[in-house]
Ligand binder design. Structure first.
Ligand code: ZN
Length: 222
């Protein structure tokens, strides 16, 4: 296992953490709005779907909590628990960092389309791409200007995180990858769980229920 054993005490006196911030009511409301949008798409009500997506496009709440999880730049959280003893592996000797659509689908489904660190409900990668095809402006999330970017999509963006960092030889396979929200992924960056004060998320079973990450829209014809 990577990271800190759950019962340990960190150098700052706290217990090792599962995530930087647990989802709060507003984070969950944002996931609910996407749930409503997916239902509207399946029902053929594209106007209701777009309104739901636009309703979470600008969120001071998301921006503020994002800044708390800014890794070493966080003004609020103690973050750096010391250097790792594990040497970096030269780039030329590292495993392939990319992963296939099939592997992404497998890992996201195994993890119940939730962040394995904080448990936030996320958008399935394939559903997000479909959503972007349907509503390219409302779902834009790569723009540089905050007000032109859908912060709800950024928050619920599913990434695959290498539990053992790729930079020290972690492999891009299902055993070493977990589904991860944008906020946890951003906070952890390329740093190890140990350095970030984290427990290995694989110690805890994924939560799998009827949340499908929006995959119900994949069968909808565009
Ligand atoms: Zn998370």
């Amino acid at each position: 296992m990577e990271g800190w054993p759950p019962g340990d005490i960190l150098p700052n006196g706290e217990h090792p953490r599962r995530c930087f911030l647990w989802p709060d009511a507003e984070d969950n409301r944002i996931a609910d709005r996407f749930d409503a949008a997916f239902n509207a798409i399946v029902a053929g009500d594209m106007i209701a779907a777009e309104l739901a997506i636009r309703s979470v496009a600008v969120s001071y709440h998301v921006a503020h909590r994002w800044s708390i999880c800014a890794g070493p730049n966080s003004a609020t959280l103690t973050w750096d628990f010391g250097p790792d003893d594990v040497p970096e592996v030269p780039r030329s000797e590292r495993a392939n960092r990319r992963f296939s659509v099939a592997l992404t689908r497998e890992v996201e489904a195994r993890d119940g389309h939730r962040c394995r660190y904080c448990g936030l409900r996320l958008l399935s990668s394939e559903a997000r791409l479909k959503l972007h095809k349907l509503f390219p402006v409302a779902t834009a999330h790569r723009r540089r200007i905050n007000t032109e970017r859908n912060q709800g999509v950024s928050l619920l963006f599913a990434c695959l995180d290498h539990v053992e960092p790729w930079s020290v030889g972690g492999r891009s396979d299902a055993d070493n990858l977990v589904t991860c929200c944008g906020r946890c992924n951003y906070g952890l960056g390329d740093y190890s769980l140990r350095r970030s004060g984290f427990v290995d998320p694989r110690r805890y079973s994924p939560v799998v229920d009827d949340w499908d990450g929006g995959r119900r829209i994949l069968a909808v014809k565009t």
